[in-house]
Ligand binder design. Structure first.
Ligand SMILES: Nc1ncnc2c1ncn2[C@@H]1O[C@H](COP(=O)(O)OP(=O)(O)O)[C@@H](O)[C@H]1O
Ligand SMILES: [Mg+2]
Length: 259
């Protein structure tokens, strides 16, 4: 009887001890959960802050490029020479195309990628406007899938398009000649094929596009190299450029690299 009583008392003591232990573990767990929640909140707010800052940077870059474009405008008012004026205008077009990328970026949900289709539509209407194209004479067709490109790919790629379209608008249809310009992007991930084609007068026979005096095509070949891409010219009924490239890989530190 005494032994039974002793056993009950011992197990009661043991029970109380393990209950105390459980309470302690529970309290520790609750503390840990609250710590984790706090850390998560801090991470979320740091990420949000980083996003706001990045958006702000893209906004400022775009604004600064707009200032450069206005400075070029002011300078152009004083230029009487038609050739010099045309060089300034071309430079301004390049600055505007980059500004447009940053404008698209700060408005977009994904701050590191450019919605290519959307960007291109704006770029093309900007180019048509600056080259004062008669829509009855020149038709522009695009065939671009829904694709987004990272910044290190998008900037060279958009500058290449800007140069080739500007060339088609400027050189392919002289003396009121009518025709078509087409841009197509074939997304066979991880490779892209960009085709820019016009049915105009074609490149001058003697011109070696990899070795020009003029800056436009030099820029195009350099940018295609930068994309680690390849470029082919088909000079038949007009001019057709076929450019193959893949997306440039970006490291965390923002430095671009290829495989
Ligand atoms: N789509 C095109 N159609 C006809 N000629 C072109 C076309 N693209 C380029 N060219 C010719 O190639 C030359 C070099 O082009 P580019 O290097 O861009 O210099 P720029 O446009 O400043 O003249 C142009 O001057 C023009 O004669
Ligand atoms: Mg040019």
């Amino acid at each position: 009887m005494i032994a039974q009583l002793e056993a009950t008392t011992v197990s009661k003591v043991q029970l109380e001890a393990s209950e105390d232990e459980l309470k302690k573990v529970n309290a520790e767990m609750l503390w840990e959960i609250s710590q984790r929640e706090r850390a998560q909140q801090q991470t979320t707010s740091a990420l949000r802050e980083k996003e706001v800052l990045l958006r702000e940077i893209h906004h400022r870059v775009k604004d600064n490029l707009a200032i450069i474009s206005s400075l070029l405008d002011l300078q152009m008012v004083q230029i009487k020479d038609a050739e010099a004026l045309s060089l300034f205008k071309t430079t301004q077009g390049r600055v505007r195309s980059i500004a447009l990328i940053h404008e698209h970026l700060y408005k977009s949900r994904d701050l590191g990628r450019v919605d290519f289709n959307e960007y291109l539509q704006t770029l093309l209407s900007q180019l048509l406007h600056s080259y004062v194209v008669d829509p009855d004479l020149i038709t522009l067709n695009t065939d671009i899938p829904e694709v987004s490109l990272n910044l290190d790919t998008a900037i060279p790629c958009c500058l290449v398009i800007q140069e080739l379209i500007a060339n088609a608008l400027k050189h392919a249809f002289p003396n009121g000649r009518s025709g078509e310009i087409e841009i197509a992007l074939d997304d066979a991930s991880p490779n892209f094929l960009l085709v820019v084609r016009d049915n105009g007068v074609g490149l001058p026979q003697a011109l070696d596009f990899r070795n020009t005096e003029s800056l436009g095509l030099q820029l195009v070949t350099t940018l295609v190299d930068q994309l680690d891409g390849s470029m082919e010219l088909r000079n038949g009924a007009g001019t057709e450029w076929r450019i193959q490239f893949s997306e440039v890989k970006q490291r965390g530190n923002g430095v671009a690299q290829h495989d």
